[in-house]
Design a protein around this ligand. Structure first.
Ligand SMILES: [Zn+2]
Length: 131
């Protein structure tokens, strides 16, 4: 079924999609929306290290928003001295929390204890049966 070109509903005041940008273009129509988000990013642009640029995978300080290189190994922020949690990294628009897995010792101890108890039980049964 072929669509008829003139049957599609048109938005009010729909004009041509060519020519100079009108006030209906999204960049002009939404000029005053999301002011809070725009202000937030403008403030973040002033954080230490942002003007100098960064590298891939750099992250940001939780306190001063400063840029920290991914290979930064010191325990504190190079800008404000805030201690850096090595398991929590704040990237541009998300936070990564790496929780190291707990030790395998306790589950292995439980399994080993159960196996040892079973072995002792079988040994005691054999000793009782053969004696
Ligand atoms: Zn900092």
């Amino acid at each position: 079924m072929a669509a008829e070109p003139d049957s599609a509903p048109q938005p009010p005041n729909a004009g041509p999609s060519y020519g100079p940008m009108s006030e209906r273009h999204w960049s002009r129509a939404r000029r005053d929306s999301n002011r809070e988000a725009i202000d937030y990013y403008r403030e973040r642009s002033k954080a230490p290290g942002v003007a100098e640029g960064g590298a891939e995978r750099n992250f940001y300080c939780m306190r001063c928003d400063g840029v920290i290189a991914y290979t930064h190994s010191a325990p504190n922020c190079p800008h404000c001295g805030e201690p850096i949690d090595e398991h929590v990294k704040r990237y541009f628009n998300w936070v990564e929390i790496n929780e190291p897995p707990p030790s395998d010792f306790l589950p292995l101890l439980k399994l080993g204890s159960a196996l040892l108890a079973a072995l002792v039980a079988v040994g005691a049964l054999l000793w009782w049966w053969l004696a």
